[in-house]
Ligand binder design. Structure first.
Ligand SMILES: Nc1ncnc2c1ncn2[C@@H]1O[C@H](COP(=O)(O)OP(=O)(O)OP(=O)(O)O)[C@@H](O)[C@H]1O
Ligand SMILES: [Mg+2]
Length: 511
């Protein structure tokens, strides 16, 4: 495929509104290209869009009543086949923004074996599964077969699914490359390509694979790049693969999520940091805690379990069935403290999550924005708390300036009332717990089918125990039933029972 024409010039960037309305200008932002050929105007309602009736019906059935701003602005154009460069804050509905266009424009077509017609590339396996879950009801409504290919799960099953034929493919780059090399997939008929988390896909680690894949899709097809943060990184992708894109960027940065509170807590030393972390993790309610390394994740999980917190770790060193199980258990309330590396920083959506804690401050402002973006999604409110040791103070304030955020700051000790006020911290029970590993599930194809029917599984409180667990026992979190009282009434061990109360219905407030 030949490099494509790029639309040029700069666009004025509005200043970001930081937590609770203080306005600061984010720095180091990429100057997005301007839309050259004028964009079609935004719509007020999904019904104003040129979409199959079955999709409109499914939106209503899913409780998605009004388009969020990024959907209202991009869908008229993406449905008309325009290339899109879309930046919208975390939790603003980018998945449906690209997903509905991709499905509407693919509906009515049938793919040949191994030759999908539409492709969504994402950086992590968890995100691939989530995009699959989010789009499946819509794909089913318009009779499109959607399949997912990610590393860490059976390659044969994925090859078989492709052989049976799938119009829509959601993939992580590495596994897709493997399948292509084995002759199990051919991208030559892909007419619509989406890069979700586009800036991460343009990072050094992904870029060579991503460009190699994009060069294989049908020349002249439609391309869409979306992320909450688009920086210089994507310049090359934009130049090579987008033609006269409609550029949509209402928000200058993900820091603009106005329902998000940012707190920096200064901690005096490592010892108190441990106590602070354990108390926050023991709160009545869920929390994601981000750490830098797999090792420190495992260590913290061990400590938390020993002190009575229903914690589990998510990082790239664990098997995919373990990773899937952990995320599922966090979503259904069996696990209340998810301890993760950046593998969980992007795209992951967990309903009603109101606290994210950076136990290790992120090294990069984009990481800060994506990690924090796991809360305060789709109009909900939430807090991001970063624990900062004296020697990290300067670097952290630099990062915040870069992100365009002016956080609330306080020096706290583990026993301080301020810590309780901000995070709901409380003393862990001290009674050790183990998180139950669910019973093995039937192997063949259970994963796709069991999750495929999701119409907001987390919302409905369905636990999805069967999905992709692989039935391993004896994992680091133990194979026995919980030995102690869960922290908070929501967390229950016990197989496929319902976990926690879920919020009623969808939100209608845009983020
Ligand atoms: N129009 C809508 N009305 C109500 N809820 C919506 C609407 N669009 C999306 N949502 C919900 O909003 C939540 C966040 O959407 P989504 O995951 O697409 O955000 P995102 O912009 O991709 O965020 P991130 O940058 O973190 O990946 C999801 O639960 C989704 O179902
Ligand atoms: Mg997303």
């Amino acid at each position: 495929m030949t490099p494509r024409k790029r639309s040029t010039s700069s666009s004025a960037k509005p200043a970001a509104k930081s937590a609770r309305g203080r306005t600061v200008q984010p720095q180091g932002e990429f100057t997005l290209p301007e839309t050259v050929t004028p964009a079609l105007p935004s719509v007020a309602a999904f019904a104003d869009l040129d979409m199959p009736a079955a999709l409109l019906k499914t939106l209503a059935a899913q409780g998605v009543t009004e388009p969020f701003p990024i959907q209202a602005a991009t869908l008229p154009n993406s449905l008309a086949g325009r290339d899109i460069l879309g930046r919208g804050r975390t939790g603003s509905g980018k998945t449906l923004a690209f997903g509905l266009a991709l499905l509407a424009r693919t509906a009515g077509h049938r793919s040949e074996p191994k030759a999908p017609l539409a492709l969504v590339l994402v950086p992590t396996r968890e995100l691939a599964q989530q995009v699959t879950d989010a789009l499946t009801p819509y794909a089913t409504a318009v009779n499109l077969r959607l399949t997912t290919v990610v590393g860490g799960l059976s390659l044969t099953k994925q090859a078989n699914a492709l052989r049976r034929g799938a119009e829509v493919l959601v993939a992580t780059p590495g596994r897709l490359k493997d399948l292509i090399e084995r002759g199990d997939c051919d991208l030559g008929q892909v007419r619509i390509t989406v890069l979700d988390e586009a800036d991460q896909m343009a990072d050094m680690g992904f870029m060579p694979q991503v460009t190699a894949l994009l060069k294989q899709v049908e020349p002249g097809g439609q391309r869409m790049l979306f992320s909450a943060t688009l920086d210089k990184n994507i310049d090359r992708l934009v130049r090579m693969f987008l033609t006269d894109p409609v550029v949509h960027s209402v928000d200058p940065s993900a820091g603009a999520v106005t329902t998000m509170e940012h707190h920096v807590l200064y901690i005096q030393d490592e010892t108190d940091k441990k106590a602070v972390t354990a108390r926050i993790a023991a709160r009545d309610g869920r929390v994601i805690m981000f750490l830098d390394t797999k090792r420190s994740v495992d260590r913290l999980v061990k400590r938390l379990l020993a002190s009575g917190v229903r914690a589990a770790g998510l990082h790239g060193g664990r098997s995919q069935p373990q990773r899937n199980r952990t995320l599922e258990q966090f979503k259904n309330g069996q696990v209340t403290a998810l301890v993760a590396t950046n593998v969980a920083a992007r795209g992951i959506h967990v309903d009603d999550l109101d606290l994210v804690v950076n136990v290790d401050p992120p090294t990069d402002h984009k990481d800060y924005l994506h990690r924090g973006g796991r809360t305060a999604r789709a109009g909900e409110s939430g807090s991001v708390v970063t624990l900062v040791l004296p020697e990290q103070k300067r670097e952290m304030s630099r990062l915040m300036t870069f992100a365009g955020i002016r956080p609330r700051t306080a020096a706290v000790k583990s026993s301080d009332e301020e810590l309780v006020r901000v995070t709901g911290a409380r003393e862990p029970s001290g009674v050790p717990v183990v998180i139950e590993v669910p019973a093995p599930t039937p192997p063949s194809g259970a994963r796709t089918r069991s999750r495929g029917a999701r119409s907001g599984a987390a919302r409905s409180g369905r636990t999805g125990q069967g999905s992709g667990q692989g039935g391993r026992s004896g994992q680091s979190q133990g194979g026995a039933r919980g030995a102690g009282q869960p922290q908070g009434a929501r967390a229950q061990g016990g197989g496929a029972r319902r976990g926690r109360p879920q919020s009623g219905g969808r939100r209608s407030t845009p983020a």
